[in-house]
Design a protein. Sequence first.
Length: 313
Amino acid sequence: MTTISVPEKVSYLEDAEGLRKAFAGWGTNEKAVISILAHRNATQRKEIRQAYHGLYQEDLIKRLESELSGNFEKAVYRWILDPEERDAVLANVALKKADDFHVIIEIACVHSAEELLAVRRAYQVRYKRSLEEDIAVHTTGDTRMLLVGLVTAYRYEGTEINAKLAESEAEKLRGAFKDKKFNHEEVIRILTTRSKTQLMAIFNCYREDHGTSLTKDLQSEPADGFTNLLRVAIRCLGSHIKYYEKVLRNSIKRVGTDEEGLTRVIVTRAEKDLRDIKELYYKKNSENLDHALKKETHGDYENFLLALLGNEN
């Protein structure tokens, strides 16, 4: 469930005018920016961008980039983009870092088939190249095979399960893992083609038959790039709520806050299931996410994230 609060009636022209006033004079009224943008959904934010351009012949996103700075600017920039365009940007940034491919896996494994297709279209429009093309350029070997397979997947989204197939493919995964062949073509095929419902059945069969989960079997292996990515894919496909809670926990508990991870989860999930992620965070850590965030962030960046979390106090 969403965590943002949106007023019943919204005037896009008034919002555009309010933002313009926030930019006027010496210094930006960041509080006014937060009060408007943090309380508008994706459709409304797009309408505000269009209204702003119509009134002032200026790109609102570029104006925000010039008015804001630091982590606050990055969070607002990503928030105001259309969701599919935002994910395209996140994917492109991840590819440029060359060691941040887990973000690609998040996008590929958490989204529905139609949402993933929309991200790929947005990527092509923005960068004049396909996402899979850029992945192929920036990766090699098993990593390339896994990532391209995940981003080009168009999974069946029904509820039907083939129980016999689940048992058979759980055994195939067990055999590959037992032989340390984590890059086996059958492992990649199963993860990149089966529906999420079917994968849950496969994962459950694996756990019931062998007394341990796929991810725990992977954790016992020496960490390398491919096994880490495989673990992320399995977690995202199995329970993205649990996965995102762990991303937040790691972002906050580590020495030096990982603002990139913190921003990504809150901004991308605020309109979807951030309330569920918050509840799980509390169960796992005996601390409200809001309180944890207040200890690790400050200023306008803190206020903006708290607004997206539904708490501005």
